[in-house]
Write a protein that binds this ligand. Structure first.
Ligand SMILES: *Cc1c(COP(=O)(O)O)cnc(C)c1O
Length: 473
């Protein structure tokens, strides 16, 4: 490409300015549906266009249509951020354009995946029996884990399928109402059926009740169902509740049922010695997911699935056509055999850059800071008249609502949704909402590398201002 060096310098300067002041754009895009589609031509250009022209449109049309996940006052969903050094790693990975489908198609990419997932396993205090593989998202990791669980049943589903077989019992999956939806999606895709996704009752802390799990499993076994897997969560998506893994593992083990642990968001917190216990009991898990792209400052996408029985996972997905046969197949891992994808991005590179750049000590300091900010915000909300905290906040998420006495349930829900929209419309902060026990809850998640106490103070002020607006007074 002509002018590559200048183009790179221009983009580099833009990225540098962006990171110096990520708060200079409204965090929540003001775009309206269709804005970008209307602004762009219907046809791809016939003639080549210059970098300058493309970049000008990137700044003019694309950036205003973005919600800025790197903004320090992004508090919605699970706040994340890409550490600048990982952006360099992504650029290098794109430049190399490595496809790590086979060991021989880039030996270092495959082996770096082994090294980084093993580093992470040790930092998290997971046992050495778990092998890590990098996928794009926890959704893919969960699907992969349940595929392996299905293979492990020994029902020849890989060969003979599910349809038209009278010899197969219905398979069942055990979750709670707070389990992330991707596991039900996986059950749908795997032919288990959403009717066979069983929601085990939870306790007051929104955690799965192990004795209720045991009862559900025993009743289903007696009725002729075949349990496929129990999915326990460390850090549920709405409130960061934690299912009791040791007790659940015991129930699953006694009945020889696969245990999958979804620790997509909260898993990284186990790098803190004081929160190591979050992953206690996972020495009995068959699979476990952790997302470095959520709370380890690695840009999306990068999710690690740990599995105990690697040969079983290979049996699940391995299919080697003639054009992929490699002589070293038995000495190395060809990761395309361990999942749905053939082509694989070199995702381990950014994880390696991040772990080296921060060091375990730097990662711990940042996670501790986020947890302290959330604790402080939760404590302040709890101490404020007319506001109510709706769930414990042991990690970096606080769920709460504006709840003055005089509002009935419906009015309270309307007020809280309006508060969220009012705050988001300012462009100063972005928060999201969920429902807990049927009522609207405002949700503030802290997870961005650049979020400070002042940013949390600002969102709390914006929320109170929005609640005090005349319409809601
Ligand atoms: C975010 C989240 C997921 C989904 O993660 P993706 O990587 O976006 O698929 C799954 N489980 C939990 C508990 C999560 O918090």
């Amino acid at each position: 490409m002509d002018g590559f060096e200048d183009a790179l310098a221009r983009a580099g300067a833009w990225i540098e300015a962006y990171y110096r002041e990520p708060g200079r754009f409204p965090v929540f895009s003001r775009a309206r549906p269709g804005d970008l589609v209307r602004a762009l031509p219907a046809e791809a250009p016939e003639a080549p266009e210059s970098f300058a022209a493309i970049f000008a449109d990137f700044e003019r049309l694309i950036v205003p249509g973005l919600t800025h996940w790197n903004h320090p006052r992004f508090f919605a969903y699970f706040a994340i951020s890409a550490a600048p050094i990982t952006v360099i790693a992504e650029a290098l990975a794109a430049a190399l354009d490595v496809n790590a489908m086979l060991w021989r198609t880039s030996p270092a990419a495959t082996e770096l995946e082994d090294v980084t997932t093993s580093w992470l396993r040790r930092l998290l205090g997971l046992d050495d029996g778990l092998h890590g593989i990098v996928y794009d998202t926890a959704s893919t990791g969960g699907f992969t884990a349940l595929s392996a669980a299905r293979e492990a049943l020994g029902l020849e589903i890989r060969e003979r399928g599910l349809a038209g077989r009278s010899d197969l019992p219905a398979l069942r999956l055990y979750v709670t109402e707070h389990t992330h939806s991707h596991l039900e999606k996986a059950a749908i895709a795997l032919g288990i059926g959403s009717a066979n996704v069983i929601r085990v009752p939870v306790d007051a802390a929104r955690a799965m009740r192990p004795e209720a799990l045991a009862a559900a499993l025993d009743a289903d076994l007696a009725a002729g169902y075949r349990p496929l897997a129990v999915c326990a969560t460390v850090g549920t998506t709405s409130t960061t509740a934690c299912d009791p893994i040791p007790a659940i593992a015991a129930v699953a083990r006694e009945r020889r049922v696969w245990l999958h642990v979804d620790a997509a968001y909260a898993g990284p917190a186990a790098i803190l010695p004081e929160l190591r216990s979050l992953l206690a009991g996972t020495e009995h898990a068959d699979s476990l997911v952790v997302n470095p792209h959520k709370w380890l400052f690695v840009p999306i996408d990068c999710s690690v699935l740990y599995v105990r029985d690697l040969p079983n996972l290979r049996r699940t997905f391995s299919l080697v056509p003639d054009y992929l046969i490699a002589p070293e197949t038995d000495d190395v891992r060809n990761y395309n055999e361990y999942g749905l994808q053939l082509g694989r991005r070199f995702r381990a590179l950014k994880l390696w850059f991040a772990m080296r750049h921060f060091g375990a000590e730097g990662l711990r300091a940042r996670l501790r800071a986020h947890i302290a900010l959330a604790r402080d915000l939760g404590d302040r909300i709890a101490a404020t008249a007319d506001w109510q905290v709706l769930a414990p906040y042991p990690l970096s998420v606080v769920c709460f609502c504006y709840a003055p006495q005089r509002l009935d349930d419906a009015a309270r829900d309307r007020a809280n949704l309006a508060i969220v929209e009012t705050v988001n419309a300012t462009g100063e902060a972005f928060v999201s909402s969920t429902r807990l026990d049927g009522r609207v809850a405002i949700r503030v998640a802290i997870g961005n590398e650049r979020t400070t106490a002042a940013d949390v103070e600002t969102v709390w002020r914006l929320l109170r201002d929005a609640a005090g607006a005349p319409a809601r007074r």
